[in-house]
Design a protein around this ligand. Sequence first.
Ligand code: PMP
Length: 326
Amino acid sequence: MSVMEISHRSKDFEPILESAENGIRELLNVPENYRILFLQGGASLQFSMIPINFLKTSADYVITGAWGEKAVKEAKKCGNVNVIFSTKETNYKSVPEQDELNFSQNPDYIHYCSNETIDGVEFKYDLDGKGIPVICDASSNILSKEIDLEKYALIYAGAQKNIGPSGVTLVIIRDDLLEKVPANQFSMLDYRAIAKNDSMLNTPNTWGIYLISLVCEWLKNKGGVKAMQKINEEKAKILYDAIDSSDGFYSGHAEKEARSLMNVTFRLPNEDLEKQFVTEATANGFDGIKGHRSVGGIRASIYNAFPQEGCEALIEFMRDFTNKNG
Ligand code: PMP
């Protein structure tokens, strides 16, 4: 029988779950006092589940893009939210320095998104909560680079970018935060109960978890997250260099210091040219290059699985396009 046919309670599934968990633990250097959970409901359910469990008095939110904004919208349904920093007014092009962040008095936690997928801006450091629990949405950059996991009380990510197929959400949560889950929480929203049951309070996404175990093996064979970071830096540099040397034909959306290694966002001189670019790029085999519908422009998503040759081919196409239309 294949993994899709066996019971999640069977002896055969146990080593699969263990291998996925151990893979993540090894790759991200997750200390013993953290639990690794595989949930469902996407990263979007975490936008709600986090405040439902942990927002008691107030929480601090940093907004650097569209996903951070969505997280705030959900948190506000649960209680008092302080948006302590937002780059909305400047069109989500930058991220704050650590010392630009002034946390409020004793919030329950601080939430931020380490890589804004739509806008293409990324934090280059692990935010330091200075004693306040830090919660991070790392959906689109987890496993792409080294992080200091001990800076986080909870870090979460929808699997579908760098971890595995859609339908699984990875949550890494520190034991002391688990203890703050309210008694009598609805079971399926209860991190503590889920942890106690090894992510198997109900039927987990067994196939997704199996694929995560394989992705972890693949990453380990590549040399782990440190090696992947180097590859990702090289890939991103190829694209950003092409943008910077285009005499302004292409203009990067994000400020240089905040440029994402995963989502390279840029504009052309006008929307007609952008439409033409997308049509011709698609015809040349560059799929999914159109920027998110909410911001327009172009977005080249270059997650772990995307090869360097793809970036090289894209800049060749970009040069050609400039020669014809610049
Ligand atoms: N956060 C970020 C940073 C994302 O990129 C996404 C999805 N693209 C989400 C949250 C939402 O994830 P999901 O679709 O798994 O709910």
